[in-house]
Design a binder for this molecule. Structure first.
Ligand code: PMV
Length: 299
């Protein structure tokens, strides 16, 4: 039997969440499925559809993440197969989803009956290999699902969303590492400390208003907040020309709002398209963007 974990989108508040501010995030499915088997060799992981295998001691980030996971769980002598339903490095929480699915698969293989905290701790050890200083939003959503406001200090406060919200997700095809983009924002903050703190505070107030809008089903309002968040993310130097073009195309096609999601520097754009979903998808297709529609907030 395979173990599963979610992916995620950040509706509002990436990067500022690293500095203690809240973010509004939602799980997306399908994320990652993983199965574990007993094995005598080194702990290893085969990932489909990448058709790549990683092992503890092979010098790769995934090899190091496997080592961290196996030490956090206190378990060796297994190998894993994982199926990714998310693009890697696209800002949709693929690495955290993989970590959570793997922790759950090992736990079910050995009958560990891990509680939630133990899965989160193992997935955090995994995530630290890729991110250095993750806020924790990715692996929390990967494990818990749902929609909510996340802070480093308090974790996830779930929101009661009346009806599922449909989002268009377009993949720019560009890639940048989360670690590098978090470092970019750290540099901006070093150069302009006061302005950056004000930007983080402004994003925090968008998040608070966004949570209210989402609970009230005010998608037009939420879209406007997404547009404002995108401008602030661009001021933190994490947007790109292609991401801006995708946001512009979505808005011109009638979306209520559009923004990058995740670390930026590439990856995905989310658009709240309302009744203009088809037009947004067509506009992105004209830009050569691969896109899909997901529902968030479904119980
Ligand atoms: O690009 P992703 O899916 O790893 O998301 C990163 C989100 C950040 O806020 C930029 C970093 C973090 O740890 O919260």
């Amino acid at each position: 039997m395979s173990s599963i974990a979610h992916g995620k989108v950040i509706l509002l508040g990436e990067h500022s969440v690293v500095y203690g501010r809240p973010c509004l995030a939602a799980a997306i499915a399908p994320g990652v499925e993983a199965t574990a088997r007993d094995s005598d060799g080194p702990v290893s992981l085969h990932v489909s559809p990448w058709q790549c295998t990683f092992a503890v001691g092979d010098g790769s980030d995934l090899g190091r993440a496997l080592d961290a996971l196996s030490q956090a769980l206190g378990v060796t002598g297994f190998d894993l197969d994982a199926v990714m339903h998310l693009p890697g490095g696209g800002g949709l929480g693929s690495s955290a989803s993989l970590g959570v699915a793997c922790a759950r698969a090992v736990s079910s293989l050995r009958g560990l009956m891990l509680d939630h905290e133990a899965v989160l701790a193992a997935a955090l050890a995994w995530e630290k290999v890729f991110h250095g200083n993750p806020s924790g939003v990715d692996h929390t959503l990967a494990a818990m699902g749902g929609v909510g406001v996340f802070t480093k200090a308090e974790g996830l406060r779930r929101l009661d969303v009346r009806a599922p919200v449909r989002l268009c997700i377009g993949d720019s095809g560009e890639r940048a590492s989360t670690r590098d983009m978090v470092a970019t924002v750290a540099r901006v903050r070093e150069m302009r400390p006061e302005a950056s703190e004000k930007t983080f505070d402004a994003i925090a107030s968008l998040v608070r208003n966004g949570a209210l809008a989402l609970e009230a089903g005010d998608l037009r309002g939420l879209g406007e907040l997404m547009n404002l968040n995108q401008a602030l993310l661009a001021s933190l130097m994490v947007s790109t020309e292609r991401l801006e073009a995708m946001c512009r195309a979505a808005r011109e096609a009638g979306a209520y709002g559009a923004k990058l999601t995740g670390a930026g520097g590439g990856g995905c754009v989310i658009a709240l398209a309302g009744p203009n979903e088809r037009a947004v998808l067509d506009a992105w297709e004209a830009l050569g963007v691969r896109a899909k529609v997901v529902e968030v907030g479904a119980s």
